[in-house]
Ligand binder design. Structure first.
Ligand code: ACO
Length: 359
């Protein structure tokens, strides 16, 4: 049976997450993803997703300290980073940098989670001609230190919003980048190679690159009275509306709802949120008319863009920041794949010249 894009094909078993696309449910190892936003930190959620249990107090302290101790970029890696062309995008830099890391396999997942925010911040500040901000070992929280390295600020509300986003995007089944990581590890290659594959896959505008497209869309619409015309023109030209549609969700993505609530519950709701909410309403209506039966609704990237805009984070950083949380899911899947491995090697249907099966 041939299924383009492996749509609906079950390629492996997993205990890491469960998605019900019709109901809009996302569970991390049996618990709703939103529970982790309400009751757990980034570190506790990552531990639970990686190892399948909650850490006790000493395990949690140890996990946190290991993340703190592994934040620094090795000197030789910084040298490589410094030599990369200035115009190289941040995802390309992240991919190249990660692939240059020399790590022994022991707890490599932890070292990767720890160092990614530093790589992103180092490169970002260099691009903006800002002075480097080293990781601060007195800041124990992974997310707080990330915000500090990027912005030199320690604003609690910014940290809380970013932590919500990072927790909600840590893991999501066999999406394209996670699949890429599992395929690589299934050849008995190493974790660095698997994460390099995942990063290359994440970069694409149909996957992790979508929020930039959402911001571009909202900027183009600009005022509420233009929403209908702009969206309609795009649909007539058969363009995809960024931030809508999902391979698995056939209703609103629960992560989009959670992110939207986070912003609308803020003391001061940003003015442009009205434009985002109206655009969502009108786009769903038009998609329903133009693509009946496709069940196209808002996906996580739509409100991820809103979160980034609220936090005043440059759009060039979006996909890299998404990767800084999804690294947890990639590593959990790599571990799961290694523990019960069959190499991925699907078949193809030959449709070229001199096809012996064609009649
Ligand atoms: N805008 C307009 N039409 C759409 C959209 C969209 N955003 N998404 C799907 N469609 C239409 C397609 O044109 C197609 O219509 P057709 O059958 O008339 O040609 C139909 O819906 C099915 O589309 P597929 O590409 O087959 O659906 P698939 O499940 O493969 O696509 C995807 C999922 C890639 C996310 C798609 O919805 C899309 O391109 N969305 C826009 C990009 C985006 O927001 N990506 C972020 C996804 S979330 C994440 O990766 C974390």
């Amino acid at each position: 049976m041939y299924q383009p894009g492996l749509k609906g094909v079950i390629a492996t078993e997993t205990e890491i997450s469960f998605i019900d696309g019709e109901q809009g449910t996302l569970l991390y190892r049996g618990l709703p993803a939103y529970t982790f936003v309400q009751y757990y930190t980034f570190e506790e959620t990552a531990f639970y997703i990686l190892y399948g249990k909650f850490p006790n107090e000493s395990e949690c302290d140890q996990f946190e300290s290991k993340l703190v101790n592994n934040r620094h970029i090795p000197k030789y890696v910084k040298k490589i980073m410094d030599q990369l062309p200035e115009n190289l995008g941040i995802m390309d830099v992240l991919r190249t940098t990660i692939s240059s890391l020399d790590m022994n396999e022991e707890e490599a997942e932890l070292k990767l989670i720890a160092v990614i925010p530093t790589i992103i911040s180092y490169r970002y500040r260099k691009m903006k001609k800002l002075q480097e901000v080293e990781p601060d070992p007195s800041i124990h929280s992974h997310v707080e230190n990330f915000v500090y390295m990027l912005t030199e600020k320690k604003e609690k509300n910014v940290v809380a919003i970013l932590e919500t986003y990072l927790i909600l995007t840590m893991e999501h089944g066999l999406n394209a980048s996670t699949f890429a990581a599992r395929v690589t590890i299934s050849t008995k290659s190493d974790l660095i190679a698997a994460i390099t594959s995942a990063l290359g896959t994440m970069k694409g505008p149909l996957h992790g690159g979508a929020p930039t497209g959402v911001i571009r869309l909202l900027d183009e619409i600009n005022t509420i009275d233009r929403i209908h015309d702009v969206i309609l023109a795009k649909l007539k030209k058969k363009e995809r509306i960024m931030g809508f549609g999902h391979r698995v969700y056939k209703t609103v993505d629960p992560r989009a709802t959670a992110l939207k609530d986070t912003i609308t519950n803020m003391d001061e709701v940003p003015l442009w949120m009205e434009l985002a909410i109206e655009t969502e309403r009108e786009t769903i209506k038009l998609l329903n008319e133009y693509k009946p039966n496709q069940k196209l609704y808002t996906n996580v990237e739509y409100y991820a863009a809103a979160i980034m805009k609220t936090l005043d984070i440059d759009s060039e950083l979006f996909t890299a920041i998404f990767s800084s949380s999804r690294i947890v899911g990639w590593c959990a899947h790599a571990i799961e794949q290694s523990n019960n491995n069959t190499i991925y090697r699907p078949a193809v249907k030959y449709v070229g010249k001199n096809n012996p099966n064609a009649r």
